[in-house]
Write a protein that binds this ligand. Structure first.
Ligand SMILES: C[S@@+](CC[C@H](N)C(=O)[O-])C[C@H]1O[C@@H](n2cnc3c(N)ncnc32)[C@H](O)[C@@H]1O
Length: 174
């Protein structure tokens, strides 16, 4: 299972529009990146628009990380940035950047909550494709910015911003 290309491209455009000139300052992270598709599509869009943005894929399953790196080599000639880790274990403060977190419904509400604990106090824009556990984000004070629904669940995307982003970043955007 992987994100649909057109859904990633659409989310990229919405995020870019929301964030305006600050878009390239954000670190993109696909949590549960699998074989890397969303990262590769996102990076291609950045290249197309001549936007320099760090793109990272995270997955806890080592064979997927290896495949993602190989897929990146085929497209870009380099292995890209892929990290083997559990999403709920990462020190997100260490990126020292605002974050765009991409989720293709990778885990249950418990892991999502543990991940959101690690993201507390950080400016985060969450793109949630197949948003099965959206209420967890609401519970953590995230604000819904955008909803898209289609006939297939792969066309259902919601975009949220963290409480920190609402106060610190968003006012200059909307
Ligand atoms: C549906 S696949 C990934 C699809 C990819 N994000 C995309 O959009 O094309 C979901 C992935 O989440 C990974 N995953 C599940 N729980 C995880 C966790 N706690 N930390 C990191 N990766 C996780 C799985 O190994 C799996 O590769």
């Amino acid at each position: 299972m992987a994100s649909w290309t057109k859904e990633v491209v659409h989310a990229y455009k919405i995020a870019r529009n929301f964030l305006g000139p600050s878009f390239s300052a954000y670190q993109f992270i696909d949590l549960g990146c699998g074989k890397g598709k969303a990262c590769l599509v996102w990076r291609l869009q950045c290249m197309k628009d001549k936007v320099k943005q760090d793109v990272l894929g995270v997955d806890y399953y080592p064979p997927f990380i290896d495949i993602a790196r190989e897929n990146s080599k085929k497209i870009f000639g380099d292995s890209g940035h892929f990290l083997m880790a559990g999403a709920e274990t990462i020190n997100y403060q260490g990126f020292d950047k605002p974050l765009i977190i991409y989720l293709y419904n990778p885990f249950d509400a418990v892991i999502l909550a543990k991940t959101l604990d690690k993201l507390l106090e950080l400016p985060v824009l969450v793109i949630y494709n197949i948003p099965s556990h959206r209420t967890t984000l609401i519970h953590y004070g995230y604000q819904l910015l955008y909803v898209k629904q289609g006939h297939n669940q792969n066309e259902d995307t919601q975009i949220f911003v963290s409480p920190r982003m609402q106060t610190k970043h968003l006012k200059s955007v909307v």
